[in-house]
Design a protein around this ligand. Structure first.
Ligand code: ADP
Ligand code: MG
Length: 314
């Protein structure tokens, strides 16, 4: 392909919301053999909603939600946003003004009034968040994070989690002052086009793979819904890049599609990194492509564009 052809292809891509950062990435995409998809926010909408809550040790549900929402207030994770929305509705349902902008502004005001003061906040990608509230440590996240903090997960909590997971939902655990105080069940539906895109890739001779930091049971339930057989679950951010490298070993060209901070090492390691436009800035920086429309069909558009542009020199 001539430089002009590359320039034209870049322009065509841009018109379709597929931004490519260079001719090299554009060229590599034609030979992609595996497309690795992150789960949360990539295959799924990244708009989780809370489906159930369970409190332990007699804490009041409102107090529980206030604690959790305060801890999650600085997190960019889709699960964190869902928890904040839920807590907000719980406390203020029926008090909202009618216009959307007003709701947003009012929500900000209200949130800042009732969220508790947080110190030493840290987000642990692939695990959850932790911080201090009233001088005591709150930990919100998955089993790994709770266990790492030396906190015991009672049978009641474990069976609540398993129940959620078998139904493709994610359960988040909450510990405060070294005690498990509750759990929140969340669902994050697949993107509408996900099934068709996975099917389309298979027809193109490309293998779809799903990689996620989420637990095995949820991962497998979601993979089954979307038609992906090759699943890697409970993978930490650095581990996502290892999955990329292990598939590259036989010389295969790997595309990685992701949206989160936790995906950026894998996006950088992949031959073709594709970031979801609605994703975090760090993911967008690490990627070769940005899919501005947040539509997975553009994974196919990008590969097609490369195949068409470079077919003559193959
Ligand atoms: P994915 O790889 O599917 O995008 P992540 O690696 O972002 O998923 O997260 C993996 C798991 O870590 C989540 O399913 C959740 O259990 C936990 N987790 C991550 N961030 C948070 C958070 N802010 N609050 C609660 N749990 C979290
Ligand atoms: Mg994600």
């Amino acid at each position: 392909a001539t430089p002009t052809a590359v320039m034209v292809a870049t322009g065509v891509g841009a018109n379709h919301g597929v931004l490519v950062k260079g001719g090299d990435a554009l060229e590599r995409a034609q030979n992609v053999k595996y497309v690795i998809f992150d789960k949360t926010g990539t295959l799924t909408q990244g708009k989780a909603t809370v489906t159930s809550t369970k409190v332990f040790s007699g804490i009041d549900l409102g107090d529980f939600l206030t604690l959790v929402a305060s801890a999650e207030a600085s997190s960019e994770h889709p699960l964190a946003k869902a928890i904040l929305d839920y807590a907000f509705h719980f406390h203020f349902f029926g008090k909202l003004p009618s216009s959307k902008d007003d709701i947003k502004k009012r929500k900000q005001q209200i949130l800042s009034q009732w969220l508790l003061e947080v110190a030493e906040f840290s987000a642990l990608p692939g695990k959850g968040v932790q911080c201090l509230i009233n001088g005591k440590k709150i930990v919100v996240g998955n089993r790994t994070l709770i266990t790492e903090n030396g906190i015991n997960i009672p049978e009641e909590a474990e069976s609540f989690l398993v129940d959620l997971e078998l139904n493709a939902k994610t359960g988040v655990l909450v510990a405060y002052d070294c005690e498990l105080i509750g759990s929140i069940g969340m669902t994050d539906p697949l993107k509408r086009e996900a099934v068709v895109v996975v099917e389309g890739l298979k027809k193109m001779g490309i293998y779809p793979v799903m990689v996620t930091g989420d637990n095995w049971r949820t991962a497998q339930a979601v993979a089954k819904e979307v038609g992906i057989e090759d699943v890697r679950a409970e993978v930490m951010p650095a581990g996502k890049a290892d999955v990329v490298r292990s598939l590259q070993k036989d010389g295969s060209v790997i595309a990685m599609v992701g949206d989160g901070i936790n995906d950026s090492p894998a996006l950088a390691a992949a031959d073709v990194g594709m970031a979801i436009g609605a994703g975090t800035d760090i993911a967008i920086e690490a990627a070769d492509y940005v899919l501005v429309r947040n539509n997975l069909e553009d994974v196919i558009t990008a590969i097609d564009l490369s195949r068409k542009t470079f077919s003559r020199i193959r």
